[in-house]
Design a protein. Sequence first.
Length: 425
Amino acid sequence: MSVQDKLALLGGKKAVQKEYKERWPIIGEDEVNAAVQLMLNGELSIADGSGILDEFENNFAHYHGVDYALVQNNGTSALHAAFFAVGVGPGDEVLVPTYTWPSTANAVLSCNATPVFCDIEAGSLCIDPTDMESRITPATKAIGVVHIWGYPADMDAIMEIARKHNLKVIEDAAHAHGATYKGRKVGTIGDIGCYSLQASKMIVGGEAGIAITNNPEYFERMLVLSHYGGRIEKDQITGKYSDYSYTGLGPKYRVHPLAATIANLQFKHLDEWIEMRRTNLDYLSDGLRGLRAIEPFSIAPDCTRGAYYGYRVTYHPEFLNNLPTSRIVQALQAEGVDANSERYRLLHRQMLYQGARHYEQVTGYKWPYAPIREIKYQDSDFPVAVSIHPNLISLPTFTLPCRDVLDQYIEAFHKVVEGAEQLAS
């Protein structure tokens, strides 16, 4: 066996010789100068939503072809406002995929409602409509759809189920800015779409979020939950909540003007950056497709990925003598690949969603939400998520031109798969 063939983990030469370190977010002079100017002008809080906040909301709404956009201090608060807007409250249940970031479920708790977890589809990692429908009860009020890693969920099936059972649909598009489903941008298909602008997303504000809708009632309810005084007075539509324009109805989710300024400038690069990542990651996927034990995800022909917040491949251990994923990741890392095991955890296993008893035992505090239905989840209730989750391998998203690095990544995967017997021995 030559040094070239021998796995780097066992003393061979690394396949990836060129280091790729992408600094993200991409912050240019425009963002820096605008932020400095904002500080020099003393515009560090805009209570009435005017100026840069209004400009960014209008730009975001226009891009998505909707009537209303409301910028918030983060994506989680956008989700909270959205669930509140469609009437989720105490005693209600909301269907949520078990494989997502906790914000989707925590926003349901913030409405004093119960998140009910559902299995996912192996092809997209998004919520499985068939499993979702099986979990509907008389208490089900809404569906929290997550377009995870930029893959659009099966919105036709989801919307058909929603109409059949009179459910509201909130699209969590935190990972999917600019993704399309059958010609429509995700976030515009359900009742409300929510986006994160956190610093690792495709367009950033540092910490910020935004919600979009075509429904004026939902916009007003999001507005009155999240803001105070001048903002409500300026942007209310019907006057239905005039008695609460001074106090609002709850938390303050006002975005920092610096975040809105940065996000507004970043926004003009969105389609450009999506295309750059699409070019790189399609090339990587093509190079891995057909490789024994490694399966890149495919996008449906009538959809497009957006944002490419993360890139995952599925490892099938049964094709490599059941070598554990951790061993494959270790071998890839030794070859110079920036590979990692899945960092998201399945939510049905997390104690927070098991009810008051666990929370109170651990914290010593009273459960802060309305009583939620205690559901005894079993891993067997989520066969797809439980089987695929431990075998997901995470790779970088590669925005900048780097064909030589991608070629070396592809070589590294082939080398590890073809030399797997070395790992077994």
